[in-house]
Every structure is written in C-alpha cells, then in structure tokens.
Design a protein around this ligand. Structure first.
Ligand SMILES: [Zn+2]
Length: 282
C-alpha cells in the first residue's frame, strides 16, 4: 500500500458520546462507507502521554511521557519521522505539545506557530496554544496545509471537546454538543478528503469523567472511538490497540513500520471480498 492518510485526533472524546452524538459519521457507517471500533486508551488517560502513544506506538510507561508536564522531544520513531525517512511529506494542524514532541522543545510561539521547514519531522505545521482555539478554525488550518502542501500524512488535532469536558463534565449537554459540533465540521471536509484519495482515521487520545478531568481507569475516561473511512480498510470486526495505530498508519502510507505493531486485520487484504461503497456511488 502507498496511500495518503489523514489522522484526526478529537481530543477528549469518549466512545459512547461519539457513538450516540456524531450523526454524520454514523450515517457513513449506515451507508457502508465507514466502520467504528472501540478501543481502550493506554494509561494514564492523559493528553501528552497519549499523543506520544498514538504517534509512536509506545505506551506512556515505556515512552517516559507519563504526564502533561514533561516537555521534551520524543525518544522514539514517530509516524512523522518514519514517513520522512521514506521521503513522504508530513503536516499537522495540532496543539503545540505535538510540535514539542516531534519538532522542537520547548515551543516558541513566534518561531513555531507556523512551521514550514522540510528538514523537520513535521514539515508543515499550524500549532495553537489555547484550548478554546475554535475547532472550525483548526480544521481550516488543516485544509490550508492540505491544499498548499499535499501532505502524504496529515494530523488534525482539535481541542474543543476536551476543553468543554473540563468545563462541564462528561455527563453534560455541553460536552455532547461539542462532539456534535465536531461531527458537523467533519461532514464539510470528509467527502473532499475521500475524493483526493485519503484514507481517514478518526480517533481520540482519551475520554472524560464527571469530575471534569481524566487520567484514570474509568470507562468514560478510557473508552475511545476509532472510525475508519476508505477502501484500504477491511471494515471487518477486529480488536485494535491504541499502540497499533502508529504502525497501521505506516503500513497505509507504504512506510516501513520497523518495530511498530500493525493491526493487519484492520486493513484490506490482497483478496478480500468485502465491498466498500465509495461515498459518491449514490
Ligand atoms: Zn483534557
């Protein structure tokens, strides 16, 4: 396989809220154009440790990124570095901690906010610092990067669902409505991404609890969604670990995953009989 990939990490989105509130994504499932899997995040169920987990396949206790206050570059190969080794183009519209893990730490806003440097693991970036930076702005940043630089791998990482959960808690109309809002934004972009040949994964780092936080082992903090959209996925039932997202994305990109674990059953085999119905098939 050698496909272009968009990975959307909707920060702080719990599985059941994704399942019940995201009508567009669930509509794609009904139309046989997407599949939803449930995964359990690694521990602690915190942001920076799990960005590292998703992007390197290494769980927090092994990566050493065990809380949000550890500000340093990652010690492991990431989707970005492996894609660059293979000559692929990389981009991210993401929270500034992603720049700190893979490009430069600490983050210097005037230098790093807009990144365009072919020598860095994330070559093209728009990085934001405010948790309330509007999701619709962030998706427009991502679309700017996609249109300008045609990245093979694009990470899109909005923060408003997590931010709303911290203000109102898991069982709140505001938290659920933040997920609904992200679903509406996605409905504006996904058809275009598919037309441009992207394989799409939409997941989350962790969920949210009723104490307006996350970090522990409660189901609402740990169960997260993984929607996959595209003809290179098997769309068959399978168990996938959060630590396998990195290697599986590498496989989609046609990049050697080296020592990363790959969820082969998530991907379309050579002679798979499953019929994937493209969105534009009507
Ligand atoms: Zn959070």
């Amino acid at each position: 396989m050698s496909d272009k990939v968009i990975l959307v990490v909707l920060d702080g989105l719990n599985y059941s809220v994704a399942h019940h509130c995201m009508g567009y994504l669930n509509g794609l499932i009904k139309a046989d154009s997407a599949t939803l899997y449930k995964l359990e995040c690694e521990l602690p169920s915190m942001s920076r440790p799990l960005y590292e987990c998703i992007l390197t396949g290494v769980p927090p206790v092994k990566s050493g990124i065990v809380n949000n206050d550890i500000v340093r570059l990652s010690n492991f190969d990431s989707i970005f570095s492996l894609a660059r080794l293979a000559g692929k183009t990389t981009a991210a519209a993401a929270y500034y901690w992603v720049s700190e893990l893979y490009n430069r730490a600490p983050f210097v806003a005037v230098r790093d906010r807009f990144t365009q440097n072919e020598l860095l693991p994330i070559q093209y970036g728009c990085f934001y610092q405010a948790d309330h930076y509007p999701d619709d702005h962030l998706f427009m940043d991502a679309e700017y990067l996609r249109n300008q630089f045609s990245p093979d791998f694009l990470l899109i990482h909005p923060m408003n669902i997590d931010d709303t959960g911290h203000k109102f808690g898991f069982d709140s109309s505001q938290y659920r409505n933040a997920a609904r809002h992200a679903d509406i934004i996605l409905s504006n972009y996904i058809p275009e991404w598919i037309k441009h040949g992207y394989q799409i994964l939409i997941t989350s780092d962790h969920g949210m609890n009723n104490d307006r936080s996350h970090g522990g082992t409660l189901p609402e903090e740990c169960s997260v969604p993984l929607f996959v959209i595209g003809s290179k996925f098997s769309h068959q039932p399978c168990d996938i670990e959060q630590t396998a997202i990195c290697g599986t994305v590498c496989r989609l990109l046609g990049v050697d995953p080296i020592d990363k674990s790959v969820c082969e059953s998530l991907l379309q085999g050579e002679n798979h009989g499953w019929y994937y119905r493209p969105l534009w098939a009507g």
